[in-house]
Design a protein around this ligand. Structure first.
Ligand SMILES: [Zn+2]
Ligand SMILES: [Zn+2]
Length: 459
């Protein structure tokens, strides 16, 4: 039996990681034991040592985050609405349709858990209603009601429908309009997208739901809503119209699953159950396998290792060792930019992904090292349970002997664990840097490399 309380926050700091630390501040009364057990089973199936310093507290962190992220199952939207209705004499249902009567709150930001793959997704919510019966709702309650349904396993359209219908029943207005802009991390299909640098990091969808005067998608009342959202770049034409069955919002639904260890599937099902979900609900039936498949990407991977080993051996022959005979004046700075990577935060078992930039010197007349070799090294260290600082350092140390010892590595990443803990939005990113050899002392070389990195790196 491990001692979960034995390591405190300092273990994260000692590891050089300060971006993922937990504040031990919530979920005191819930029992996380069964989820922690299931997470340990998953970690062991990935070949991890569950007593390793970096992950010893991971089962506890994952359990807490899941309970926190699905607390909506224990909340009632009805109670929230009932306590917050105010009489407002000026509101008259006979004038429904006038733009002046529409109340709309824009840009509420939330995250939810995708019911298909169990990874968090981020969404922006715009919600409006036309009051009737002289009753209006305290505006903060629109946000609280949305959050009740966000903190469950969801799919965008159902989420929009549930928020809409709860508000409609609670306020009894002339109509409710809900528009959601949802962003899901793209899941690499290691078979097809492995070396595809055009693989987009995020998937977006726009959905809407309406009741009463908004029930009909073509109603004029929607014109007011979209008129007010236009400044946000939201266009009615972009609203997703019921997709055909083979078009999925969650990328995990489009990839083949293959063989998954049944022990992992049972462990994930037990997590869903502990959170109050029904693992045999139609939409959740394949979820444990899909989540397990995602995790398996980060198992110790012989395939890549063999490929990498082969490349390293052949790469060394053409490497840039010059026995010190060539002076720096005869070398020029070379940058390999935007090598994509995917990884999994070992503290929270949530993905982080982004790009790696590598800079080194090439003696005049020499060719740069094959970019595909650098990409294999990046993938090799990415597809593991990781922390960004370690990933950066490992890449630098591995490429250094191939690239003549003077190396700079920058990793830019977007962390789902930060998003789901409300710290950051999708799109914001964390940069880490590792320098070896000349780059550790030559400020001009560092600056010139950093200037070669494009500003608008899209993650
Ligand atoms: Zn993390
Ligand atoms: Zn998903």
């Amino acid at each position: 039996m491990e001692h979960l309380g034995q390591y405190d926050l300092n273990c994260d700091l000692k590891n050089g990681v300060n971006m993922c630390c937990d504040e031990e501040s919530f979920v005191k009364e819930i029992n996380t034991t069964s989820i922690e057990y299931a997470v340990k089973v998953l970690l062991m199936d990935l070949g991890e040592d569950i007593n390793r310093e970096g992950i010893i507290k991971t089962p506890h962190r994952v359990a807490k985050a899941l309970f926190e992220g699905t607390r909506g199952y224990k909340q009632s939207a009805k109670e929230i609405v009932e306590g917050a209705l105010f009489p407002e004499a000026g509101v008259d249902s006979t004038k429904v349709g006038h733009a002046g009567e529409l109340v709309i709150v824009r840009d509420l930001e939330f995250y939810s858990y995708c019911e298909s793959c169990m990874l968090p997704f981020y969404f922006k919510c715009h919600v409006g209603y036309v009051p009737s019966g002289q009753r209006v709702l305290g505006l903060s309650k629109l946000s609280r009601v949305t959050n009740v349904f966000a903190k469950r396993f969801q799919e965008p359209q159902r989420l929009a429908n549930e928020v809409c219908s709860a508000l409609h029943q609670g306020i009894e207005p002339a109509g409710v309009a809900v528009v959601l802009q949802c962003t899901h991390i793209n899941i690499p299909d290691t078979e097809s997208n492995f070396f595809d640098s055009n693989h987009k990091g995020l998937v977006e969808t726009l959905v809407s739901s309406g009741s009463g005067v908004f029930e009909n998608n073509d109603a004029d009342t929607w014109g007011d809503v979209f008129g007010l959202l236009k400044v946000r770049g939201i266009d009615k034409d972009k609203v997703h119209v019921k997709r055909s069955l083979d078009q999925h919002w969650c990328p995990s639904l489009s990839s083949k699953i293959g063989e998954i260890n049944p022990i992992m599937i049972t462990a994930v099902s037990s997590i869903l159950k502990s959170l109050g979900e029904d693992p045999i609900r139609k939409e959740l039936v394949g979820t444990p396998s899909r989540y397990a498949k995602w995790l398996m990407n980060f198992q110790y991977c012989n395939d890549i290792y063999v490929k990498l080993n082969g490349s390293l051996r052949s790469g060394v022959d053409d490497s840039l060792h010059t026995n010190g005979e060539v002076s720096f004046d005869d070398k020029e700075l070379h940058s390999d930019l935007n090598l994509p990577f995917w990884s999994q935060c070992e503290h929270h078992l949530l993905p982080f992904h982004g790009v790696v930039h590598i800079g080194y010197f090439i003696p005049k007349g020499f060719h740069p090292v094959e970019k595909s070799l650098l990409q294999s090294i990046v993938h090799f260290y990415g597809f593991k349970l990781q922390v960004q600082e370690r990933l950066t350092k490992q890449i630098a140390e591995t490429v250094s002997p191939l690239l003549g010892g003077n190396v700079i590595v920058v990793v830019e990443a977007s962390h789902t664990c930060m998003i789901s803990r409300g710290i950051e939005k999708f799109g914001s990113n964390t940069s880490t840097i590792a320098v070896l050899g000349r780059f550790s002392t030559d400020l001009a070389a560092r600056t010139s490399f950093l200037e070669s990195i494009p500003n608008a790196t899209s993650l």
